[in-house]
Design a binder for this molecule. Structure first.
Ligand SMILES: Cc1cc2nc3c(=O)[nH]c(=O)nc-3n(C[C@H](O)[C@H](O)[C@H](O)COP(=O)(O)OP(=O)(O)OC[C@H]3O[C@@H](n4cnc5c(N)ncnc54)[C@H](O)[C@@H]3O)c2cc1C
Length: 466
């Protein structure tokens, strides 16, 4: 009996899709080439990076703010192997959780590299090169993404590392060069800065965090600089000489010009990620890619071949775990004949540094470019009672609302716990809410969320605490 659905890849897109499909009564299997389930996110992405961000943040606080609150602990000492063990145990617990959920939902698992040999046929090659062919009515490609590389620079995952190597460094590098001022570079740069590295970030563009609201990005850069991270914008790393005891990176102005040398002990290449379609047999199967080598899909996640769908990092859209998960649910529902849907206008984006950065919807630049008239309400954490008493006053909340209808079009939070607070904006926006809806919603005192309410009140210039 063929399966109703086989999902290739067990990341947040793939495993969530498999579980939802099983809930809907389908006979489901997943194919995963790695030893553990959970994909990039659980093994080498979201989960391990957040474990190190959490631990290093507490380490930083113990060294710098505990004393101010009357907690005397002396200078904290770093036990890096123990911190890595803490992270690894967190990863282990999470990947085992996925294995448990797949089993509980009666999803079969095949370990090996999956290749589509024809619509409805997948050949799985296991580590010992044994192959078997499994048959299915539908296929979902959820093979995710891989590290983007710089031409001429070999990632050895020891001294020249991707995010994967940066999560397992055996000692704190005295000097860390981060190539790329995107989310991953700034998160992992923050981890190693807190643990003692001198961190220098080189970015091709003239700003950090491309795509993020510029006002937020500029304020965030100032905060990171105050913390000790240095930046060289509008610059490109063209080569890294690793023949000597320290790395020598050649850095040129982005527009071209004389190269300078920057020395570092470790270089983190964090210039983005690329869709992963290697070995899947897509060309032979007739599955079309788009101009950026992502699997091309329609609004229902269907590829160019009937019965083959794709979701997550391997298709267009933000490379985020929760986007992949929502697509996993939607495609399972569509295959089952329901009306699965993802609202791409309401996908939060969070950077888990300190302070955190969280945004949803449109930036000011996007609204201006689209010619949309909007009102802005902004409220700083310096005026929020809870932030003040916690000594965490960097940042602000900014709400962008349609000038005519007051509908919330974008919310941007730079501040402590921004990643949790953005959920309120997501719900409001999903319901088509206005800034007045948020402003008239009672928020508990004293909480950081009052800054969201005050920013909403500021849209109509009636915030109380400013
Ligand atoms: C350091 C880092 C930090 C991140 N932090 C966050 C964060 O905080 N929040 C967030 O939302 N996102 C974060 N991301 C991004 C997030 O990890 C991805 O968006 C998410 O994992 C994409 O899910 P996916 O299911 O599409 O693919 P993946 O998670 O990449 O899973 C794809 C799976 O498919 C398997 N596979 C590939 N090809 C085959 C094949 N032919 N046969 C069998 N199996 C195959 C792979 O082994 C992998 O397990 C981070 C990424 C990195 C690298």
């Amino acid at each position: 009996m063929p399966y109703d659905l086989i999902v290739i890849g067990s990341g947040p897109g793939g495993y969530v899709c498999a579980i939802r499909a099983a809930q809907l009564g389908m006979k489901v299997a997943v194919v995963e080439k790695d030893k553990t389930f959970g994909g990039t996110c659980l093994n080498v992405g979201c989960i391990p990076s957040k474990a190190l961000l959490h631990a290093s943040e507490l380490f930083d606080e113990a060294g710098h703010t505990f004393g101010k609150m009357g907690i005397k602990v002396g200078a904290p000492a770093l036990d890096l192997p123990a911190m890595m063990k803490f992270k690894d145990e967190g990863v282990d617990g999470n990947v085992k959780g996925v294995a448990y959920l797949l089993k509980k939902n009666k999803v079969d698992a095949f370990q090996g590299v999956g290749r589509i040999t024809a619509p409805g046929k997948i050949e799985v090659e296991s580590a010992n090169s044994k192959t078997e062919t499994i048959e299915t009515k539908n296929i979902v490609i959820a093979t995710g993404s891989d590290v983007a590389r710089l031409r001429g620079i070999d990632i050895d995952e020891k001294r020249i590392v991707s995010s994967t190597g940066a999560l397992v460094l055996p000692k704190v590098p005295a000097k860390l060069l981060v190539v790329g001022a995107g989310v991953i570079g700034l998160e992992l740069g923050s981890v190693w800065r807190r643990l003692g590295s001198q961190v220098h970030v080189v970015e091709f563009l003239d700003r950090i965090l491309p795509g993020m609201d510029l006002d937020v990005a500029k304020s965030f850069q100032r905060i990171l600089q105050k913390q000790g991270i240095t930046f060289r914008l509008s610059s490109k790393v063209t080569a890294i000489d690793s023949s000597g005891p320290t790395l020598k990176a050649s850095v040129e102005p982005a527009a071209g010009g004389a190269a300078e040398t920057i020395e570092a002990d470790v270089a983190l290449i964090a210039i983005g990620r690329v869709p992963y379609t290697e070995g899947l047999g897509l060309e032979a199967a007739g599955v079309k890619l788009d101009d950026r080598k992502r699997v091309a899909v329609d609004a229902h996640f269907a590829t160019s071949v009937p019965g083959i769908y794709a979701i997550g990092d391997v298709i267009a859209g933000p490379m985020l775990a929760h986007k992949a998960e929502d697509e996993g649910v939607a495609v399972a529902e569509i295959i089952a004949g329901h009306a699965g849907h993802v609202n791409y206008d309401v996908i939060p984006n969070v950077i888990y540094t300190f302070p955190e950065v969280a945004s949803i919807g449109k930036s000011e630049e996007e609204l201006k470019a689209a010619g949309v008239a909007y009102n802005t309400g902004k409220f700083p954490f310096t005026a929020n009672g809870r932030a003040k008493v916690n000594l965490q006053t960097d940042g602000f909340v900014k709400i962008l609302a349609d000038a005519k209808t007051d509908r919330v079009l974008g919310v941007h939070i730079l501040g402590p716990d921004a990643g949790n607070m953005i959920a309120e904006a997501a719900v409001a926006m999903e319901f088509g809410g206005s800034s007045e809806d948020i402003a008239r919603t009672c928020h508990a005192h004293p909480t950081l969320t009052e800054a969201v309410k005050e920013a909403a009140m500021a849209v109509e210039k009636r915030s109380i605490h400013m």
